[in-house]
Design a protein around this ligand. Structure first.
Ligand code: ADP
Length: 496
């Protein structure tokens, strides 16, 4: 509560001592502090020094007239409430006093109750005024706080090194920071308000922003990542998130952009290095492999049994290295974007049949049944390099054979699934424990347990498959139960 109220003081101005004392008694009993003055001049002096809330003013006093005192009191502090008391009360003097700013009027002689009621009414009025003042101060404070908060947030966004762009549900830019303009090589004074494609020419980026702005991106927990380049010189990575109102309605999107050029360059250098080293190693290794095969052929007879074993192991190891080099070269080609070198029109069913025929003997050697189920209606032709599809399905079917014990079954089912051609490669083999599932598409990741320990591999097959599918806007997913088998599902868009 206001200080003024806590120590509420009432000044009694009357030349009659009895009235002064009587008023003082009543007011003190009511809990107020009473000050007394017997003349107008004295009252005004007190008011210069003390904070007073109410003045009880006798209009008929010696010295300066009551009406003038009233006027001067109002000049000193217009919030002071003046209650006029006079023995010569007439309606006219009352009206006159009210016009000059008096709050109320008590005619003399008055009873203690009349005084109490008059003072209480004035006090209530003051209370209301103070509360209104307090509310007004709070409102001003909240507005000031809001203003500081907004300025603070704006300053933070403006000084972020990452580019930030905020759009409305129609994909119009409502806010962008200097880093966004800088990353995209736009005029630093460029104003917001236009559709996103007026600022960024990359269609994929604009499509993503539009989808986010309209709330069409289905997985808001995983902000989609999109990479694009500015004239092949600068590489930018965008991450976006839809913005939802309190009632979960999409009100736009916020997209952050970071410069990943240095990472890209480093990645490129690394890929080129791996490709070069792999390339250089391949021919000498192949030669060693062939020569080992030749030497092995000459080692016959019991006396060479031990040497034969050593050489066979060496040959097996060189074969493993040759496969690894082959996979590394494939990955380098995928990373460099050199995938579909000789695109042709491919009938997926025919390609699957020839792979199954080719790998059939391997499955037969392991007494496995390999079943191919093709769609009733022919798939539309795919315009791709057939090597890419051979690599994808070759890898998956080889894995199914390798990770399924003798006598198992591998079933390949192809059918049209909405907008996609779908192929399921299903086996009833070892399966994969849940905890490994999210890693098996990572480079060099291999699951090692007593069932898979002796199966050779590079851990690069699935990353290659994924990379190739990405290049065709396809996808791969896996479902597996440890000890029961796995199903790898491939989706290839009909419009590729
Ligand atoms: P690898 O050369 O080891 O086969 P991949 O990248 O093709 O490399 O596969 C990674 C790992 O995923 C494998 O080591 C294996 O543990 C697991 N895996 C792949 N396919 C299957 C499958 N059909 N059944 C069980 N495990 C599989």
């Amino acid at each position: 509560m206001n200080n003024k109220h806590e120590h509420m003081r009432i000044l009694v101005v009357d030349d009659e001592k009895d009235i002064q004392d009587g008023c003082e008694r009543i007011l003190t009993r009511m809990g107020y502090q009473a000050l007394k003055a017997s003349r107008g001049e004295e009252a005004l002096k007190i008011l210069e020094k003390e904070t007073v809330s109410i003045v009880l003013l006798d209009l008929m006093m010696p010295g300066i007239k009551g009406m003038e005192v009233l006027q001067r009191v109002k000049e000193i502090d217009e919030t002071i409430l003046v209650i006029v008391i006079t023995g010569y009360a007439t309606i006219e003097t009352a009206i006159d006093a009210m016009k000059k700013g008096a709050y109320d009027f008590i005619p003399k002689p008055f009873t203690p109750d009349q005084l109490r009621i008059g003072v209480e009414r004035a006090q209530e009025k003051l209370q209301l005024v103070w509360e209104a003042e307090k509310l007004e101060q709070e409102r001003k404070k909240t507005l000031a706080d809001l203003d500081t908060e907004q300025t603070r947030i704006r300053t933070i966004i403006e000084s972020l090194p990452s580019g930030v762009v905020v759009t409305d549900p129609e994909g119009h830019v409502v806010l962008m920071n200097p880093a966004f303009l800088w990353h995209l090589g736009l005029d630093p004074n460029r104003s917001s308000g236009d559709p996103i494609d007026a600022y960024v020419s990359d269609k994929g980026f604009c499509d993503l922003v539009l989808e986010l702005s309209q709330g069409k991106q289905s997985a808001p927990d995983e902000p989609p990542i999109y990479e694009f380049d500015i004239q092949s010189e600068k590489y930018l990575q965008a991450r976006g998130q839809p913005v939802q109102s309190e009632d979960k309605e999409c009100v736009g999107a916020v997209v952050v952009i970071v410069d990943v050029t240095s990472m890209k360059v480093l990645d490129q250098v690394k890929s080129e290095f791996v490709a070069k080293v792999s390339h250089e190693l391949r021919s000498p290794l192949s030669t060693i492999h062939e020569q080992l095969a030749l030497v092995l052929k000459d080692f016959v007879g019991d006396e060479f049994r031990n040497d034969q074993h050593i050489l066979a192991r060496a040959k097996e190891k060189t074969q493993g290295l040759i496969s690894l080099i082959g996979d590394l070269l494939d990955l380098s080609r995928i990373e460099a974007g050199i995938v579909h070198q000789e695109p042709k029109h491919v009938q997926l069913e025919e390609l699957l049949s020839s792979i199954v025929d080719f790998l059939g003997s391997k499955a037969k050697g392991r007494e496995q049944a390999i079943i191919l189920e093709l769609p009733k209606n022919k798939f539309p032709l795919l315009a791709v390099d057939p090597m890419v599809l051979e690599s994808i399905f070759g890898n998956l079917i080889t894995n199914a054979i390798n990770y399924t014990p003798k006598g198992g079954e591998i079933r390949i089912t192809a059918f049209l699934d909405g907008e996609n051609m779908r192929v399921d490669v299903k086996d009833n083999g070892f399966g994969i424990e849940e905890r490994h599932l999210e890693n098996i598409f990572d480079r060099f990741y291999r699951v090692k347990n007593e069932k898979t320990r002796y199966i050779t591999g590079t851990g690069l097959g699935l990353p290659i498959v994924k990379g190739l599918l990405d290049s065709m806007r396809g996808s791969i997913s896996v479902q597996s139960t440890h000890g029961q088998g796995s199903t790898f599902t491939i989706l290839l868009p009909v419009k590729n």
